[in-house]
Design a protein around this ligand. Structure first.
Ligand code: UDP
Ligand code: MG
Length: 166
């Protein structure tokens, strides 16, 4: 059965010019990209994304890391990949959370590092299960930004000013 998975190319991946490399590695999976964008990560978004790690000693540094404050790159690339066993395939390619433990040929094993303050700079985020993927995809993307109807939607009336090309 097809699954969706959220991938983030984290600020260290962008700074190290690994975007093309990571996308090439992910293309080995033969999965489909169904959404992609660059995102400036607010503190609120970073904290919500990593809320399962609140209270960990590295939490504050992790939030700064995702916001790009450690790499002078205040953005991440967010993508949704879709297809059979998408989560398992992408997690396998990414490798273990700790880049020192990740298989050396995996993305994290090839390009990740542990900082002196103990944060795992592991260049890529991959959702770890179907429930987490749904929560994360809904956090990072609006329904109209995804070209496959993944989850049920509803219509709401919203009056707000939009920026359009002048
Ligand atoms: N992390 C860290 N130290 C740890 C555990 C996690 O710096 O001991 C960071 C690392 O960047 C990781 C992120 O927190 O990718 C989220 O952790 P999680 O346990 O969800 O691992 P993942 O799903 O990213 O493999
Ligand atoms: Mg995780």
């Amino acid at each position: 059965m097809n699954q969706a998975v959220l991938i983030l190319i984290k600020p260290d991946g962008l700074k190290k010019s690994l975007t093309g490399n990571i996308l090439t590695r992910l293309s080995e999976t033969k999965l489909e990209i169904i959404a992609a964008k660059m995102v400036r990560v607010s503190q609120e978004l970073a904290c919500e994304h990593y809320k399962h790690l609140k209270g960990k000693p590295f939490f504050n540094d992790l939030i700064k890391y995702l916001q790009g404050e450690l790499h002078d790159r205040k953005k991440v690339m967010a993508l949704v990949y879709w297809g059979p066993e998408a989560i398992k395939k992408c997690r396998e390619l990414a490798g273990a959370t700790n880049p020192e433990e990740a298989e050396s040929t995996s993305i994290r094993g090839s390009y990740g590092r542990i900082t002196t303050s103990g944060v795992y700079e592991n260049v890529i985020h991959v959702s770890s299960d179907v429930t987490e993927a749904e929560r994360e995809i809904k956090l990072w993307f609006n329904p109209e930004e995804i070209i496959v109807d993944l989850y049920s939607i509803k219509s709401v009336e919203e009056k707000k000013k939009l920026a359009v090309w002048a």
